[in-house]
Design a protein around this ligand. Structure first.
Ligand code: NAP
Length: 440
């Protein structure tokens, strides 16, 4: 019988503890599938005395994750500490340089240093596997990197942050405000005390940068991702979306355009009957468009100890079998610089919600400004019913009428210019709400 694969586990929090438990539960099955066992031989974390969901006393304790990384008794290090900085970064570098494969769930580290770490892994002929870093339990990395090796990708888009999808789902279902749903998500443990990383779209942007790199062979560059969060979404937008046949989701979208790769994260209207629109609550989903292949959508748990540990164990199984794939699906030296398609050239349909001044000439002014930018409208809805008028217009000399416009395909630049002109004309109150529409 082959020697078991010996694992050093750096980090035994939510994910690390689940890795220990799942490896114990799946021992026989993994032995049968890989032809050898997979055993944790040493663990490392901040606090030795903290109570864990498993008997930590059974494992050798190594106080410093970097020492664990060079420990001669381990074959592979699982890094589930998190963060782009040390000790996670140094531990991963040390393990790779010592000729040990690394399995990590750390999107922040990969987004910041992925290409360099991939080169280091190649130089030492070891694996760097990171299935758990994007969309938790959904095997999206393997799907892009291996399962679709023959495909030419044109667009990847997905719901990559469960917190945001939970908030948008609750806002739609219960007609609650963003603030109320955020509070609820925090009480349920779906959102952090400081939720900004999730709700401003940065978490999705890091994950999207990794997926874009795998799909388009580019260097990972989170700075090339345009990001907008969900805090500006109001129940009025979700109601209007529902009436017009859409749902609002925070999507990460990477698409190949003639000008380069567009990478963007923003609230998005998707047709209500599309696969991605059915994904509710904390669930994640990714849709892959490739030439000549009907779209493929993977749906599943994007976080949680067990789901994430399942992805880590799949990566460990590859190492146990001796399977080694270039981390980003091609040699690191062949990852090309991102040619970033400028966001102002983005083309698509737009949802625009304006609070128009109820006086003669307003509609004509708005229509003229849109026409000047060659924007045509698919629909226009004016709500004269009292119920749709918010308290915001109280005390104003003229009534404010919510107007919802859906445009045919146009450019980001045209929409911005038209709306800036409309605001200068003083025919609307406040800042218009703009949500991009995605074909799905
Ligand atoms: N949680 C999820 O659902 C999920 C899903 C996908 C990906 N991930 C990724 O998985 C990684 C781990 O997440 P998690 O939720 O398991 O985090 P966590 O519960 O906070 O656990 C982090 C672990 O790292 C240890 N640690 C932190 N700083 C350390 C330091 N300076 N030196 C040594 N050990 C240190 C902690 O030690 P103590 O226990 O002693 O404090 C803890 O054991 C992150 O990269 C995260 O983005 C998580």
């Amino acid at each position: 019988m082959a020697q078991p694969l010996k694992v050093g586990l750096a980090g035994v929090g939510t994910v690390g503890s689940a890795v220990v438990q799942l490896l114990e539960r799946g021992r026989d099955k993994l032995m049968a599938r890989c032809g050898r066992g997979i055993e944790v031989v040493a663990i490392s974390a901040r606090s030795r005395s903290k109570k864990r969901g498993f008997d930590a006393g059974k494992f050798r304790w190594v106080a410093d994750p970097v020492s664990l990384a060079r420990d001669p008794a381990i074959d592979v290090m699982v890094e589930v500490i998190g963060g782009a900085a040390d000790p996670a970064k140094l531990a991963v570098e040390t393990a790779l340089a010592a000729g040990k494969s690394v399995v990590t769930a750390n999107k922040a580290l990969l987004a910041a240093h992925g290409q360099r770490l991939a080169a280091l892994a190649e130089r030492h002929a070891v694996a760097l596997n990171f299935e758990a870093s994007v969309a938790g339990g959904i095997p999206i990395i393997k799907t892009l990197r291996e399962g679709l090796n023959g495909a030419t990708f044109t667009r990847i888009y997905g719901i990559l942050n469960g917190t945001c999808n939970y908030i948008l789902t609750r806002m739609e279902q219960e007609r609650l405000s963003f603030a109320d749903c955020l509070k609820e998500a925090q009480q349920l443990g779906y959102a952090e005390a400081d939720p900004s990383f999730d709700i401003e779209g940065h978490d999705t942007a890091q994950k999207l940068a990794i997926l874009a790199s795998l799909a388009f062979g580019t260097k990972i560059d989170p700075r090339a991702v345009y990001s907008e969060g969900i805090a500006s979404i109001a129940p009025a937008d979700l109601n209007a979306a529902a009436e017009l046949g859409y749902r609002v989701k925070l999507l990460g979208v990477a698409v190949k355009t003639p000008e380069g790769i567009e990478q963007r994260v923003h609230p998005t209207m998707v047709p209500k009957d599309s696969a991605i629109a059915q994904v509710m609550g904390v669930t994640n989903a990714v849709t892959i468009d490739a030439d000549g292949i009907a779209p493929i959508t993977l749906v599943g748990p994007g976080a949680g100890g067990e789901a994430t540990a399942s992805a880590i164990i799949a990566d460990l199984a590859d190492v146990a079998r001796g399977v080694r794939t270039p981390p980003f699906g091609r040699p690191a030296a062949r990852m090309t610089a991102v040619r970033k398609a400028p966001m102002q050239h983005h083309e698509g349909g737009y949802y625009i919600r304006l609070l128009a001044r109820d006086r003669p000439g307003t509609a004509a002014t708005i229509a003229r400004r849109l026409a000047q930018q060659k924007i045509s409208l698919e629909s226009i809805v004016q709500r004269h019913d009292a119920g749709s008028r918010g308290p915001a217009q109280r005390g104003r000399s003229e009534q404010a009428v919510p107007v919802i416009l859906i445009t045919y395909a146009t450019s980001e630049d045209a929409v911005h210019k038209a709306l800036a002109a409309v605001r200068r004309d003083r025919v609307v109150y406040g800042r218009p709400q703009v949500i991009r529409i995605e074909r799905a």
